[in-house]
Design a protein around this ligand. Structure first.
Ligand SMILES: NC(=O)C1=CN([C@@H]2O[C@H](COP(=O)(O)OP(=O)(O)OC[C@H]3O[C@@H](n4cnc5c(N)ncnc54)[C@H](OP(=O)(O)O)[C@@H]3O)[C@@H](O)[C@H]2O)C=CC1
Ligand SMILES: O=CCCC(=O)O
Length: 291
C-alpha cells in the first residue's frame, strides 16, 4: 500500500519510519524539505509539494503543528486541494480545533475527495513503535480503507462519528494531561521546598492511585532537568488554549485548565516552548522564586 505523509516533525517522521518498516511505500513532504533526506535513506520518495504527494497517493496523511499549518498545506498554493479528487482521501492527524477540521473537510469534499480527522494520543516513542491511540471521525469508508495503515500506526483506533468529534476528544484528553503535568510539577516543588526528597515522592506516587505512565515516564527526567522534547511544550499550550475555546463555546467553566494554561504560557515566555512539555516544571519553580 502506498501512502503520503505531509509534515515530518517529531510525530510525522516517527510515523513514516514505522510505516516504511512495516512494508508501506511512503511519499513524504515537509515544509523544510531537507528533513525528507533521512526518510529517503530509509526508502521513502519525496513529493515537491503537498499537491504532488496527493497526486501520487490514494491516501495522504497530514501531521502538522497547529491549525494555521494544517490549513496552509490544504488551502495554499501547491496544497492538497490542487490534486484531491474522487477516489482520493485525506487524513489529518494534527491536533486542531473542530472548526479547523470542518474547514479542511469542506475543502476536501468540495473537490470530490473524502476526509477523516485522526488526531492521536501517545507521543514520540509510541509513534515509533506503532502504539498510538487514534481518534478518528469523518468518512467511515475512508476509515475502513485506511485500516491497514491505521493498524500499523496505532494500537487502537476509535471511530467517533462526524467530523469534529476526533478533534474534541483529543483536546479533552490533552487538557487533562496538561493539568496533570502542571499539578505534578507543583507537587514536586512543594515536596522539595517543604523538606522532602522529591525522589521519594516519585516512589510513593508510583505505588498509589495517582501512579501513571506519565508520572513514571517523565518524573525522573524532570528531577534531572532533562527536557529532551517528545511532546513540545508549545503544542501542549496550544492544546489547552484550544480546549478552553471549546469550553467557551459550551459554557463550561474550567478554572483548573485556565490556570494551567497561564503556567504553560509563562513557560513559553521563558523560552521553553521547544522543550518537552514537562519543562513546565521550570515555570512552576520560577513562579515560586517570584512569589
Ligand atoms: N509530539 C507529540 O508527542 C505529539 C504531537 N501531537 C500533535 O501532532 C502535531 C505534530 O506534532 P510534532 O510532530 O510533535 O510537531 P513538530 O513541531 O515536531 O513538527 C511540526 C511539523 O509541522 C510543520 N509545520 C509547521 N508550520 C507549518 C506551516 N505553516 N506550513 C507547513 N508545515 C508547517 C513543520 O515543518 P518544518 O519542519 O518545516 O518546521 C513540522 O513538519 C501537532 O499538532 C501536535 O500537537 C499529537 C500527539 C503527540
Ligand atoms: O498530543 C500529545 C500527546 C502526548 C501523549 O499522549 O503522551
Amino acid at each position: 500500500m502506498e501512502v503520503g505523509l505531509l509534515g515530518l516533525g517529531i510525530m510525522g517522521k516517527a510515523i513514516s519510519m514505522n510505516l516504511l518498516r512495516n512494508g508501506f511505500k511512503v511519499v513524504v513532504w515537509n515544509r523544510t524539505l531537507s528533513k525528507c533526506d533521512e526518510l529517503v535513506a530509509h526508502g521513502a520518495t519525496v513529493g515537491e509539494s503537498p499537491a504532488e504527494v496527493v497526486k501520487k497517493c490514494k491516501i495522504t496523511f497530514g501531521m502538522l503543528a497547529d491549525p494555521p499549518a494544517a490549513l496552509s498545506v490544504v488551502f495554499d498554493k501547491g496544497g492538497v486541494l490542487e490534486q484531491i479528487c474522487p477516489g482520493k482521501g485525506y487524513i489529518d492527524m494534527s491536533t486542531v480545533d473542530p472548526e479547523t477540521s470542518a474547514k479542511i473537510s469542506e475543502g476536501v469534499t468540495s473537490k470530490g475527495g473524502v476526509f477523516l480527522e485522526a488526531p492521536v494520543s501517545g507521543s514520540k516513542q509510541p509513534a515509533e513503535t506503532g502504539q498510538l491511540i487514534i481518534l478518528t471521525a469523518g468518512e467511515k469508508a475512508l476509515y475502513d480503507e485506511a485500516t491497514p495503515a491505521l493498524n500499523v500506526i496505532g494500537k487502537k483506533s476509535f471511530f467517533l462519528g462526524q467530523v469534529g468529534n476526533g478533534a474534541k476528544m483529543k483536546l479533552v484528553v490533552n487538557m487533562i494531561m496538561g493539568c496533570v503535568m502542571n499539578s505534578f510539577s507543583e507537587g514536586l516543588v512543594l515536596a522539595e521546598k517543604s523538606g522532602l526528597n522529591p525522589h521519594t515522592l516519585l516512589d510513593v506516587l508510583d505505588l498509589g492511585a495517582v501512579s501513571s505512565p506519565l508520572i513514571r515516564g517523565k518524573g525522573p527526567a524532570m528531577l534531572q532537568s532533562n527536557y529532551s522534547p517528545s511532546f513540545p511544550l508549545k503544542h501542549q499550550q496550544k492544546d489547552i488554549r484550544l480546549a478552553l475555546g471549546l469550553g467557551d463555546e459550551n459554557a463550561i467553566s474550567m478554572p483548573i485548565a485556565a490556570a494551567a494554561n497561564e503556567t504553560f504560557k509563562k513557560a513559553r515566555s521563558l523560552g521553553l516552548g521547544d522543550l518537552d512539555f514537562s519543562a513546565v516544571f521550570e515555570a512552576v519553580k520560577d513562579l515560586q522564586r517570584l512569589s
